[in-house]
Ligand binder design. Structure first.
Ligand SMILES: [Fe+2]
Ligand SMILES: [Fe+2]
Length: 180
């Protein structure tokens, strides 16, 4: 059929929201991969692995949203919402990651609501399910920023030495005088 004579897709609103989400996920995934390479370069092993895992998680979200768009007979706008920001100071990196997750959570809550209002229960649920992942990322980044704020350079130094969350736990325990 001629493209212009096709009946309007009743899920166009969902498709637009899903494509907005794809743009966010691509940009966020690239931003975290950029952070990963910098943390890796600085030998901050734990932060480096967090960013790598988060980048891959966002990549999986791209796939989920893209599959849904095709199912709704739309097409995927596979482009980043923004260019990767060259932020390289650890606390600033975590602050940016927190901001990205917060903005995404707000956008997906709104998208979820709109999909529901338009009778698209599956997209509605998809947004809700992905919000759970984003809140987990937010929690992780907040914890890391807190560790950095509390222990500063010691935390980063310990990461390069021990390279694990274990280091943070040990410092935390020590600071709070807890028993093994
Ligand atoms: Fe995501
Ligand atoms: Fe996320």
């Amino acid at each position: 059929m001629d493209k212009d004579k096709r009946p309007k897709n009743k899920y166009q609103k969902s498709i637009d929201l899903l494509n907005d989400a794809v743009g966010k996920e691509i940009a966020t995934s690239l931003q975290y991969m950029y952070f990963h390479t910098h943390f890796e370069d600085s030998r901050y092993e734990y932060l480096s692995s967090i960013m790598r895992d988060s980048s891959i998680a966002e990549m999986r979200h791209i796939e989920e949203f893209a599959d849904r768009i095709l199912f709704l007979e739309g097409d995927v706008d596979m482009n980043p919402e923004f260019r990767t920001l060259q932020v390289t100071e650890p606390a600033e990196m975590l602050r940016l990651a927190i901001k990205l997750e917060q903005n995404t959570i707000i956008a997906y809550n709104e998208a979820s609501r709109i999909c529901s209002e338009n009778g698209d229960a599956v997209s509605h649920k998809m947004f809700q399910d992905i919000i759970v992942d984003e809140e987990r990322h937010l929690d992780t980044f907040r914890t890391e920023l807190q560790n950095l704020t509390d222990y500063g350079k010691d935390y980063l130094a310990l990461q390069s030495a021990a390279g694990s969350k274990h280091a943070a736990r040990e410092m935390h325990r020590h600071a709070h005088g807890e028993q093994e």
